[in-house]
Design a protein around this ligand. Structure first.
Ligand SMILES: NC(=O)c1ccc[n+]([C@@H]2O[C@H](COP(=O)([O-])OP(=O)(O)OC[C@H]3O[C@@H](n4cnc5c(N)ncnc54)[C@H](OP(=O)(O)O)[C@@H]3O)[C@@H](O)[C@H]2O)c1
Length: 233
């Protein structure tokens, strides 16, 4: 989804700094963005498992682009509930990457954007954070914490010019979900990217993508606990 969003930004001539942990893949993607029209596409190594580097990499991105209008965080880890229950080290890693270190990255971005007078902070959480559910007990908890943090951040800083956009994807067909059976409302990254870019431009605080997940989650949020204990989703 991050690549699809970057391609849309490039196509309208935005400068896009790519942050990730595989420099060769980043540079390949950067060349692609330049061909599509990106004003600039610097590549910067950033591992979400290395929080001590976050301030430096954001400073590097700002230097390379001239200024930061928006910071978008799409990185995240997924593992099934069975895998996480069987491997405490994997569970710790996922909770650290998807919650603690994502929050620390956002804190570094918050400071930098506010120092420049404001901007957009768009972060991919998940519908998995909306309700405690059997297949995503641990992953969902990390996203629930992230969603709560992003909501609080938006409430606290919108008046200062920082607009926080929380993306709540439902099931989208990406590398992350390649081994899972897609449900009926599975989305495509390109369509998600179009919705997310529109939400960033408008500063909409919450985006469900695909849109069908908004009513689906409204129903799931309303289900009583005794029903949630019985169902398998
Ligand atoms: N796909 C879905 O159905 C779905 C549903 C709800 C929420 N989401 C959320 O949406 C976001 C984007 O997911 P996606 O579906 O587009 O998955 P994806 O294609 O697997 O993208 C996730 C990216 O995160 C990067 N990443 C993982 N650990 C990292 C680390 N320690 N440091 C830096 N980068 C790291 C991966 O980089 P590498 O290429 O180096 O591995 C990968 O490029 C994630 O936050 C995910 O939790 C996805």
């Amino acid at each position: 989804m991050g690549r699809a969003l970057a391609r849309r930004m490039a196509a309208r001539g935005d400068g896009v700094a790519l942050l990730g942990r595989d420099l060769v893949a980043l540079e390949d993607a950067a060349r692609d963005l330049e061909i599509r029209g990106a004003a600039r596409a610097p590549s910067i190594l950033c591992d979400l498992e290395a929080p001590e580097t976050f301030e430096r990499v954001l400073a590097e991105a700002e230097r390379a682009l001239g200024r930061l209008d928006a910071v978008v965080v799409t990185a995240g880890l997924f593992a099934t509930q069975d895998e996480l229950e069987a491997d405490a080290a994997l569970a710790e890693r996922l909770l650290t990457v998807d919650f603690t270190n994502t929050v620390l990255f956002c804190e570094a971005a918050r400071k930098r954007l506010l120092a420049a007078g404001g901007g957009k902070l768009c972060v991919f959480s998940s519908v998995a954070g909306e309700r405690g559910r059997k297949p995503v007990v641990i992953y969902g908890a990390s996203k629930a914490g992230l969603t709560a943090y992003l909501e609080g951040l938006d409430h606290k800083h919108r008046a200062d010019g920082l607009e926080v956009i929380t993306v709540k994807p439902g099931f989208v067909k990406t590398t992350m979900t390649a081994d899972l059976k897609p449900p009926p409302f599975a989305g495509e990254p390109e369509a998600v990217a179009a919705r997310v870019l529109d939400a960033i431009d408008r500063g909409r605080p919450v985006v469900y993508a695909p849109l069908a997940w908004r009513p689906i989650m409204a129903v799931i949020r309303a289900l009583p606990r005794f029903v949630m204990r019985r169902v398998g989703f």
